[in-house]
Design a protein around this ligand. Structure first.
Ligand SMILES: Cc1cc2nc3c(=O)[nH]c(=O)nc-3n(C[C@H](O)[C@H](O)[C@H](O)COP(=O)(O)OP(=O)(O)OC[C@H]3O[C@@H](n4cnc5c(N)ncnc54)[C@H](O)[C@@H]3O)c2cc1C
Length: 466
């Protein structure tokens, strides 16, 4: 779909000076995915500075049948934000904090505000926005909403879907949805914000959001535990939740391979003298000073007593806690030097994690004997980043050729446990066909009907979703 010159002229006029660009140097970083995996093109970078300009861009494009790809921080992992000839609508200039209110526990921000800036704005009024992820310096509120992002605290606070009170958006015909409500209760028909959350830019452009804030905990405590099996990890999670009265904020699993790769490739230290098949990073947080530490000690003591834990180290300082977190957050980087790595972002019911791991390991070995499973992730959410590195010294090209078959094998196993093939990254333009294999006809028809009703010309992110 190419944009006629008349449409480009109309867009430039609506956006004004500084509101658009066709400069190749200015466009370049927005046309490539951060790992270099996808590259794109666009006839025009639209940089609306406010709601009215955003609505004008969408209206002009809708009337002319010209497609738009919205982009926030360009940290998405499934090729949803890189245009292939569409108008590229960046939220870069929608970067204002509109309000911060500790009485309503709400922060109203525009779509282009980064997650790191959200954290700072919340802290300025003594509050906290409890979503954290490694891309938070670049990922924006609009992107986080559109991918329904989740991070390491989903266990306690949920995903973006649980953290958004209201959304202001421009719908695919250019009309404005003025939904910046800050209500905790509002049962007055379909809750349209939930359609936009996770829509990956297909149902309109998010321009601003009202986000839920929470009190800042007085303390937190962190430990790394060594365990004999993934089943022990799942059992320890249930025990820890009960023992701490729900104070567990993070519960992250790392397999033996992951610990070894982090040591070899990142120089990080395994704090245990003996190797354990699995490690769990557990973090508690509580309002009262000293309570997080006490609750963590209780959980660990009960874990040892139940025979679930083989060893544990409790961080005695913030720097020790950071060192433990580095082991978890360095997992992707630690895999990189190992050659070709297949990546899967699956989820299954928490109780099915051990059986999933066993069945998926068998499926992978049948396909690529000697491949190394380096699984890690958010056990508390049933979300495993089930990554597989090529056999040591093996043929990278041959392993690469099996990537799709590997994803299919893992996805089939996840689906057999009632799981999802994309737990937190979305589908983008990368996974819709694969996801469609696991959805019923009724579900696909309903998804397509919603899209057709709001965007009959399919101008919003046409390559993404169904
Ligand atoms: C190192 C790293 C770690 C990550 N960790 C996590 C993690 O723990 N959990 C997780 O969930 N994700 C994670 N991600 C993925 C990514 O950061 C999230 O998907 C994030 O929400 C994307 O935000 P963004 O602003 O970069 O969006 P982009 O990448 O720019 O866009 C993502 C999608 O949202 C759409 N979009 C963007 N802005 C808007 C808007 N205003 N209105 C409508 N549609 C819009 C785009 O069209 C695209 O489909 C990680 C990524 C990296 C690079």
């Amino acid at each position: 779909m190419t944009a006629p010159t008349g449409v480009l002229d109309a867009l430039k006029a609506a956006l004004g000076e500084g509101g658009w660009s066709q400069d190749p140097d200015r466009l370049a970083p927005k046309l490539v995915e951060w790992r270099g995996r996808w590259r794109g093109s666009t006839p025009l970078l639209a940089l609306p500075g406010d709601l009215e300009q955003t609505a004008a861009v969408v209206r002009i494009c809708a009337q002319a049948g010209v497609a738009i790809t919205p982009q926030g921080g360009n940290t998405g992992l499934v090729n949803g934000q890189i245009p292939q000839g569409e108008i590229l609508l960046s939220t870069e200039r929608l970067n204002r904090v509109r309000d911060a209110d500790p009485s309503d526990d709400v922060l109203v921000v525009e779509a282009g505000v980064t997650l790191a800036a959200v954290h700072k704005a919340a802290a300025r009024i003594g509050r906290r926005f409890p979503l954290s992820l490694a891309s938070e310096g670049s990922a924006t509120v609009g992107g986080l909403i559109s991918t329904n992002a989740g991070g390491v605290q989903v266990l306690r606070y949920g995903t973006m879907r649980d953290l958004v009170l209201g959304i202001e958006a421009v719908l695919p015909d250019g009309s404005v949805l003025p939904g910046l409500k800050r209500l905790r209760k509002d049962n007055t028909g379909y809750d349209l914000k939930h359609l936009l959350i996770g829509a990956e830019g297909t149902l309109g452009v998010v321009t601003a959001a009202a986000l839920k804030l929470f009190p800042v905990p007085a303390g937190r405590a962190t430990a790394l535990c060594g365990l004999g099996s993934a089943a022990d990890a799942v059992a320890f999670l249930a025990l820890a939740k009960t023992a701490t009265g729900g104070a567990v904020e993070a519960f992250e699993l790392i397999g033996r391979t992951g610990i070894e790769l982090a040591a070899r490739n990142l120089g990080l230290r395994d704090p245990f003298s003996a190797p354990h098949p699995w490690c769990v990073l557990i973090e508690t947080a509580a309002a009262e000073a000293g309570a997080a530490e006490r609750l963590l000690e209780t959980a660990l003591a009960e874990g040892f007593e139940a025979g679930l834990l083989a060893d544990a180290v409790v961080a005695q300082s913030e720097s020790q806690a950071a060192a433990l977190w580095n082991l978890r957050e360095g997992q992707s980087a630690a895999q990189k030097p190992e050659g070709v790595v297949w990546k899967n972002d699956i989820s299954v019911p928490v109780s099915s994690i051990p059986a999933f791991l066993q069945a998926a390991d068998a499926a992978v070995q049948a396909l690529a004997p000697g491949a190394r499973v380096a699984a890690f992730g958010h056990v508390g959410d049933g979300n495993i980043h089930y990554n597989i590195a090529q056999p040591p010294g093996g043929d990278g090209a041959a392993f690469e050729a099996l990537r799709d078959a590997g994803a299919r094998a893992v996805n089939d196993v996840a689906a057999s446990f009632g799981g999802s093939i994309s737990a937190e990254h979305g589908l983008g333009a990368m996974k819709p066909a694969e996801a469609a294999r696991y959805k019923s006809e009724a579900e696909l028809a309903a998804q397509r009907a919603v899209r057709a009703a709001l965007d009959p010309g399919r101008i919003m992110n046409p390559r993404v979703l169904f």
